[in-house]
Design a protein around this ligand. Structure first.
Ligand code: S3P
Length: 442
């Protein structure tokens, strides 16, 4: 464990740039590894989760290297060309690596065992086992459909039409990736839209993928296999889920005026910034542009008086990873914030509803837990009391660690986070950027 106390460091100012988007980074390695020829990736997130994906794709035959200039070069094996891995694939903490790679393996004639850390080994894989069983793959898993899990892929696989029972981009992507090496049309029906990076990138790599949107917003995604992917040159935009921690920190620490450069603002990801604006947050988009087929802008964030709101459950999928940090903003806002429809948060890297309730309470916030959300009565801008002598438990969850670090910045007594190591899964430079933005770098 690597504990650290986060206390008030003063305003966040100047300009920072957050690392590449995690979701896009995973997908660029995976699709590059399935294209024939060299795919180059700049701005790749070099976090542990993405490195787990890269290691697994290497174990299945791809060549993946980082050159001295920081560009990643991926030489793929071609769709259908994945090789039998010689050892278990260690997914570390990464649910995205696990679920998407299960999809890839499912339509190849290979057998792979997936293992992971204590957090990942608690997470449900039944949601991908179900559709991948329908295409003909077979599984042995730990009780409850958990890791360690062995997947025997099938060839030829059966093209399926699958209606998502949970709003999950990981499940959607697993089915689509399995469809790449499946002759015929694989269909995913998505009643509630989730992040669409897989669809955008599959098209970018030359796959035949069509999306129809029905009157009620349901998306029907059809992928034609077997696909041939052409290598691409990919520039990964900054991760809005990482920018989120600095945006909230700048809003709640008085005197802050921070520009966060190059933030991906794909509408299926960016709802946190809209919610914060509705709460009164000053977040300005500068220099809006396109990077690698994704909308991007620099965000200028100024300290603001926030007011609690009822968050519309319809926006949950577009900010599913941002609730821990939204809860921190709510704890400092004037009045009550109500969140609902967050059942999925209970099966993330930790049970983010229960864990944030406990951590924020410890830091002096007024929080009520419901079955599917939190109700938070904010301080009205007054700093939190702080977590006194006890450290808050982060349960191997990077986003809990970073959220409570930000809470510490707006507290009298500071907040000790029990373990900062998990931050490296998604945002290895979080602590150094915090030092830069607060002018406290050594
Ligand atoms: C992700 C999808 C989301 C998100 C995760 C990344 C992805 O998970 O929480 O951090 O890259 O597809 P779910 O699909 O399980 O909601």
């Amino acid at each position: 464990m690597r504990p650290r106390r986060f206390a008030a460091l003063g305003p966040l100012t100047g300009r920072i740039r957050v690392p590449g988007d995690k979701s896009i980074s995973h997908r660029s390695i995976m699709l590059g590894a399935l294209a024939v020829g060299e795919t180059t990736v700049t701005g790749l997130l070099e976090g542990e989760d993405v490195l787990s994906t890269a290691a697994a794709m290497r174990a299945m035959g791809a060549t993946i290297e980082r050159d001295a200039g920081g560009t990643w070069r991926v030489h793929g094996v071609g769709v259908g060309g994945l090789l039998q891995p010689q050892a278990a694939l260690d997914m570390g903490n990464s649910g995205t690596s696990t679920r998407l790679l299960m999809g890839l393996v499912a339509s190849h004639p290979i057998t792979a065992t997936f293992i992971g850390d204590a957090s990942l080994s608690k997470r449900p894989m039944g949601r991908v086992i179900d559709p991948l069983s329908q295409i003909g793959a077979s599984f042995t898993a730990a009780p409850g459909g958990r890791l360690p899990l062995t997947l025997q892929g099938v060839q030829p696989a059966i093209p399926i039409s699958y209606r998502l029972p949970v709003a999950s981009a990981q499940v959607k992507s697993a089915v689509l990736l399995a469809g790449l090496n499946t002759a015929g049309i694989t269909t995913v029906i998505e009643p509630v839209p989730t992040r669409d990076h897989s669809e955008r990138m599959l098209r970018g790599f030359g796959a035949h993928l069509d999306v129809d949107v029905e009157a009620d917003g349901t998306r029907i995604i059809r992928l034609t296999g077997e696909a041939e992917l052409k290598p691409q040159s990919i520039e990964v935009p900054g991760d809005p889920s990482s920018a989120a921690f600095f945006a909230v920190a700048a809003l709640i620490v008085p005197g802050s005026d921070l520009v966060i450069e190059n933030v991906g603002l794909n509408p299926t990801r960016a709802a946190l910034f809209d919610v914060l604006r509705l709460m009164g947050g000053s977040i300005e988009e500068l220099n809006r542009r396109d990077v690698g087929g994704e909308p991007v802008a620099d965000l200028r964030v100024r300290a603001s008086v926030l007011t609690g709101i009822e968050v519309d459950p319809a926006v949950v999928p577009s900010m599913v990873d941002e609730f821990p940090i939204l809860f921190v903003a709510a704890a400092l806002a004037q009045g009550r914030t109500v969140t609902r429809g967050l059942e999925e948060l209970r099966v993330k890297e930790s049970d983010r509803i229960a864990v944030m309730r406990a951590a924020l309470e410890q830091a002096g916030a007024r929080v009520t837990e419901t079955e599917d959300g939190l109700i938070i009565d904010g301080t009205g801008g007054e700093p939190l009391r702080g977590a006194n002598n006890a450290s808050v438990a982060t349960h191997l969850d990077h986003r809990i660690a970073m959220s409570m670090a930000v809470a510490g910045l707006a507290s009298h007594g500071g907040v000790e986070v029990d373990d900062t190591r998990p931050i490296a899964t998604s945002f290895p430079v979080f602590e150094s950027l915090l030092a830069t933005a607060t002018g406290t770098a050594a």
